[in-house]
Each structure stands twice: as structure tokens, then as C-alpha cells.
Design a protein around this ligand. Structure first.
Ligand code: NAP
Length: 267
């Protein structure tokens, strides 16, 4: 079965890589793009990675109504991704959201809409399969190593911090970690922010530099030992196997799932 796809964010770095992957996959068919610029133009006029005359829409509602795709992919910014995905799910278009930074409230609202419309939706803070495994391994380790901090490093054009992957990692760690107060009880910061952000007592440190793509270290500390789990994405190509899997699995779902681990075969 061919899966007809609409993609939002075709000029972005992730969007460009996704177009390459989709147009090289026999079972995928890119049928339209949503872009806040270039309404009425075709993809081959604006993007060198594609020589096909795929229509571009500025208005997502018009796009979904006219094109009726099987799957919608969002690779833009949080509020735009939320708006697009809400529209797609309302029109029973399965959705794959790679855009990071959606709030818990937004994810909750999308989950309700997906369920109501019996439509699949996968929100994946990280499409890199290695990063998903890192999160799962962190969940395993946290049961025995409750003292943990996260260091996440991304390119300097990333607008949200900490990364969706770091937040999702904490979420997974919390499923097995016994709550505990980490560090010195009277710890204080001489320089505000030196100890990073904090979620449920777990510290997250975010680095933004040119040259980086997406990297995360989860460091567990215990008596005379450290366990460091580390994953690096060196190129956006690293996200494409996971995006491909999410597209294939989204059409089999009738609800929203948050995290690729829910659709990966892990046994
Ligand atoms: P990017 O290169 O900055 O591309 C963002 C795209 O969104 C551009 O096409 C941009 O168009 C569009 N956009 C920005 N503001 C918009 C608006 N108000 N309305 C409509 N479109 C708008 O970013 P990227 O590196 O491709 O990343 C895209 C998203 O994917 C980010 O949320 C990023 O965190 C996430 N990401 C996810 C993964 C994953 O594995 N899930 C991996 C990497 C990145 P303009 O040029 O007009 O601004």
C-alpha cells in the first residue's frame, strides 16, 4: 500500500532530509507540502532536493481538504506544529509530529482529538533509534542508580530548551526511579543557572553551539562508580529510519502515542 504524505516545514533542515527519504521510498508518495511562504508554487521551484512539481499550500485546512493525505508530518515549530496537527487529526489524517517543544497540555489535547477521531498520531521527541534506546536503557538504570543528571547538546539554532528528548528521558527515568533528594541539601548557586534546569529533582544542562547536531549524555552516579549512557546524532540523516517507522506505524494506530518506543519491536 502506498502512503500519501503531506509535510509541513519543507525548507527546514529536517524537512529537507525528510523529503529526500520520502521521495526515495517506494511505498511513500509525497503529495503536498505546507509552507508559510510559497503558496501556489511547487516543491521543485523552492527546494533542490526534489525535482517533482509537488503543490505547496500555505493554508493547512485547504491542503488537508483538497489533498486528503494518509499521513501528515510536522517539522516546524511548537505552536505551528500543534495547530497543524490539530487540524489534521480533526480531518482524520494520521499524524507524525517531529517538532519538539509541544507542552503537556498541547499533547493532552491532541491525544483527546486523536481518540475522538480514531486517528493515529505519533509524537516523537527523537526519531533517532539510538536515542530511543538510550531513553529505555536510562529507565532500566534508574531503578538501581537514582542519582542522575542529563547533559544535552544541540546546534545553536534550536529555540527550545531543554530538548524534548531530555524531558522525555526524565519522564521515562521517573517510571523506575525512587524519588530522592540529590546533591547537598544546602547547595546554592553563586552564578544563577549553574546547576542547570530541574525536573522532579533531576538536573538538565543544555548546551547550544554551532557544529553540534543532537547529543545527549545521561550520567548516573553511585558509590565509587559512574554509569554514562551517551548518544550522538551527527547528521539529520540519523533521524530518518525512525521517521520512516513512525509513518508506517501511524496508519495502524487509532490513538496518540508519545515516543517511538511504543511502536518499536523491542523483544
Ligand atoms: P529549521 O531548519 O529551523 O526548520 C523549521 C521549519 O519550520 C522551517 O521550514 C521554517 O520556515 C518553519 N517555520 C518556522 N516558523 C514557522 C511559522 N511560524 N509558520 C510556519 N512555518 C514555520 O528546524 P529543523 O532543524 O528542521 O527542526 C524542525 C523541528 O524538528 C524543530 O522543532 C526541531 O526541534 C525538531 N527536530 C526533531 C527531531 C526529532 O527527531 N524528532 C530531530 C531534529 C529536530 P521559515 O524558514 O519560514 O521560518
Amino acid at each position: 500500500m502506498t502512503i500519501n504524505i503531506v509535510l509541513a516545514g519543507p525548507r527546514g533542515r529536517m524537512g529537507t532530509e525528510a523529503i529526500k527519504m520520502i521521495t526515495n521510498e517506494e511505498k511513500f508518495n509525497l503529495v503536498a507540502c505546507i509552507d508559510r511562504k510559497n503558496d501556489g508554487k511547487t516543491l521543485n521551484e523552492i527546494n533542490q532536493v526534489c525535482d517533482e512539481a509537488i503543490p505547496i499550500f500555505e493554508n493547512a485546512t485547504t491542503c488537508f481538504k483538497e489533498i486528503k493525505p494518509d499521513v501528515f508530518i510536522d517539522l516546524t515549530i511548537p505552536d505551528v506544529g500543534f495547530k497543524h496537527t490539530k487540524l489534521a487529526l480533526t480531518q482524520q489524517v494520521c499524524s507524525v509530529v517531529g517538532t519538539s517543544g509541544l507542552s503537556d497540555e498541547q499533547i493532552g489535547e491532541l491525544a483527546i482529538i486523536a481518540e475522538r477521531n480514531q486517528t493515529g498520531c505519533i509524537i516523537a521527541p527523537n526519531f533517532a533509534l539510538g536515542a530511543v534506546l538510550l531513553m529505555l536503557f536510562s529507565k532500566m538504570a534508574a531503578k538501581y542508580f537514582p542519582d542522575v543528571e542529563i547533559i544535552e547538546k544541540h546546534h545553536d539554532q534550536k529555540i527550545d530548551a531543554p530538548s524534548g528528548t531530555a524531558l522525555k528521558t526524565i519522564d521515562m527515568i521517573n517510571q523506575t526511579r525512587h524519588k530522592k533528594q540529590q546533591g547537598h541539601p544546602e547547595e546554592f548557586e553563586i552564578l544563577k543557572g549553574s546547576r542547570g534546569g530541574e525536573v522532579d529533582g533531576i538536573r538538565v544542562h543544555s548546551m547550544r553551539l554551532p557544529g553540534l547536531v543532537a547529543h545527549q549524555e545521561v550520567v548516573f552516579g553511585s558509590k565509587s562508580q559512574l554509569l554514562t549512557l551517551k548518544h550522538d546524532s551527527f547528521h539529520r540523516e540519523s533521524f530518518m529510519d525512525g521517521l520512516k517507522l513512525a509513518i508506517e506505524k501511524s496508519v495502524q494506530l487509532k490513538k496518540l502515542v508519545y515516543g517511538l518506543e511504543h511502536v518499536m519491536e523491542l523483544d
